[in-house]
Design a protein. Structure first.
Length: 543
């Protein structure tokens, strides 16, 4: 291992792997270490949201993820083995549906993506200690043979789970508490005739009072394979961990799982072929801040919460997505270190909201059975925004917009039906976003001359010079525009009017899209002075 890197990432679960993928393709010098000598086979996190699938698409791995998953098409509920409700989900208006994808497949696909980009994982390596020294960090690690080594880095990122050594090293409180009941997971097959694709919720009631609950989510590999999660009496001995798959005690057997599940399942259902099982506890906890000095926390190291909605891993992946481009800009000297403060400022409120909402939903589920769920919009994670962030700016005058227009801080929505001469197929806007760099978009309608294009091209040059060398720019044309192409910027045609409709675009409007797909700056005109004012906050000497 190298003795000096820009970024050291601790933990090669999904969050650490995605962060490494982003750093690798953005040319950041990093080291990813993982104490386990090989990937886990545990079917822990399972649900993948539409927003996470967008991240996978940007990394070029979404088709492989879809091939390894099962689309969640709805839910069916039972009480004491009798069906009492069913609902088919609609994914209309979403870029993707909701996917059940086993965590071991998520990790395998992410690691393959990392290797395609030339990166890798240093396995069997444990962080033993670290200390901040001046502007950097000195860390100690130990490899599988027991040999110790010192590593210097500018930034350290803890993606090392609920029992994070990095979090403990910066003495961050993990505020919250455990739920009083224990739970068990079982990766099993069910001998029954229920339709594939639904998630199933089961409750056991005794004299109208909630006795137990269970959820079954499909896992690819057999049309009968499901991951069961059920309430479980206190285990025989020991304390179940807050991190699934960390076996502190003997896991439950098939017979034990069957005895608990039987009263909740339809008559005649049989459990068989247990692949893996685990005890665990549900907790809700979050750190007060996601960063201290040059040390950052992401994923379960920063927040854990009930699994309702399947948001845990997804929230962690989006932590990494938010942090990666900021580390890249600062590491490359294109932005000052104060940009890194925006990571906690933007992501901590998101984590707190997820912890609070899933805890509320879990409390309702314990009282009334597995009926209370998060809303479809919340579960999709497509509507998370950073409008209040100090690192976004909206320069559109009040009253000139419709309320549904995407603003600075919002996720940049997709637009379809974009076309170019001599290209047979049409394209989507998202094919150009979240590739590790900023994207400047201008919308042109009516009579647009070479001078208009030149001013827009000057904006692009300004961003490349003062913020991000890799920034790309495109002009999107109203289909009725008379446009003289001066070949200063790439231009594409809004053939179906999708972009204009979705963005409520007016001729001359400009959007700067961040590498994480959120709108950084929006203006009603091509104005270099307003852009320069926005970019000032990123300059190293200003921070």
């Amino acid at each position: 291992m190298r003795a000096s890197v820009d970024v050291m990432v601790v933990g090669a679960g999904p969050v650490g792997l995605l962060l490494a993928c982003e750093l690798q393709r953005q040319g950041v010098d990093y080291l990813l270490i993982e104490r386990s000598p090989q990937r886990s086979y545990f079917c822990k996190a399972l649900g993948v949201t539409p927003r996470t699938l967008e991240l996978f698409e940007a990394l070029g791995m979404v088709q492989e993820a879809i091939d390894c998953g099962v689309w969640l098409t709805g839910w069916t509920s039972f009480e004491n083995g009798v069906e009492n409700g069913s609902h088919d989900s609609s994914w209309e208006g979403l870029p993707y549906g909701f996917l059940a994808l086993a965590q071991y497949d998520t990790e395998r696909i992410l690691e393959a993506c990392l290797r395609r980009h030339g990166g890798g994982v240093s396995r069997g390596v444990t962080l033993t200690d670290f200390v901040e020294c001046g502007d950097g960090i000195k860390a100690g690690v130990k490899d599988a043979s027991g040999a110790s080594q010192g590593i210097e880095c500018n930034w350290l990122v803890g993606c090392d789970g609920a029992r994070s050594a990095v979090r403990k090293g910066i003495k961050q409180k993990f505020e919250g508490e455990k739920y009083p009941i224990g739970f068990a997971l079982g990766d099993v097959e069910l001998d029954w005739d229920r339709p594939r694709g639904h998630a199933y919720r089961f409750t056991q009631t005794v004299k109208g009072q909630m006795g137990n609950g269970m959820v079954a989510v499909p896992v690819r590999g057999s049309t009968r394979r499901y991951r069961l999660s059920m309430g479980y009496p206190e285990p025989r001995a020991g304390e179940p961990p807050e991190e699934v798959g960390t076996e502190a005690i003997t896991p439950p057997s098939l017979e034990e799982l069957t005895a608990i599940a039987d009263p909740m399942l339809p008559p005649g259902t049989r459990l068989f072929n247990l692949r893996w099982s685990s005890f665990y506890r549900i907790s809700h906890r979050i750190v007060p801040t996601y960063s201290v000095g040059n040390v950052f926390l992401a994923g379960d190291a920063a927040h854990i919460h009930p699994p309702i909605g399947g948001l845990g891993m997804n929230t962690g992946l989006q932590d990494a997505h938010n942090l990666s481009w900021k580390l890249a800009l600062v590491a490359h000297g294109m932005a000052g270190p104060r940009l890194l403060d925006s990571y906690s400022a933007e992501r901590h409120p998101v984590g707190l909201d997820v912890v609070e909402e899933t805890s509320r939903a879990m409390d309702e589920a314990v009282k009334a059975g597995w009926r209370q769920q998060l809303t479809r919009g919340r579960e999709s994670q497509l509507f998370i925004h950073y409008r209040s962030s100090a690192w976004v700016q909206d320069d559109v005058p009040t009253g000139q917009d419709k309320s549904e227009a995407p603003c600075a801080g919002d996720r940049a929505p997709d637009a379809f039906g974009l076309s170019r001469p001599f290209v047979a197929h049409r394209s989507r806007l998202r094919e150009r976003l979240e590739r590790g760099y900023h994207v400047l978009i201008g919308y042109f309608g009516g009579e647009k001359t070479e001078s208009d294009q030149r001013v827009f091209a000057d904006l692009l040059s300004m961003i490349r010079r003062r913020l991000d060398r890799a920034t790309t720019g495109i002009g999107i044309l109203d289909p009725n525009t008379h446009f003289v192409d001066a070949e200063l910027i790439p231009v594409i045609l809004d053939s179906d009017g999708s972009f204009q409709q979705v963005y409520h675009a007016r001729s001359g409007m400009v959007w700067l899209i961040r590498p994480d797909g959120h709108i950084a700056w929006r203006h009603d005109g091509i104005d270099p002075d307003r852009l320069a004012l926005f970019l000032e906050r990123f300059e190293p000497h200003k921070c």
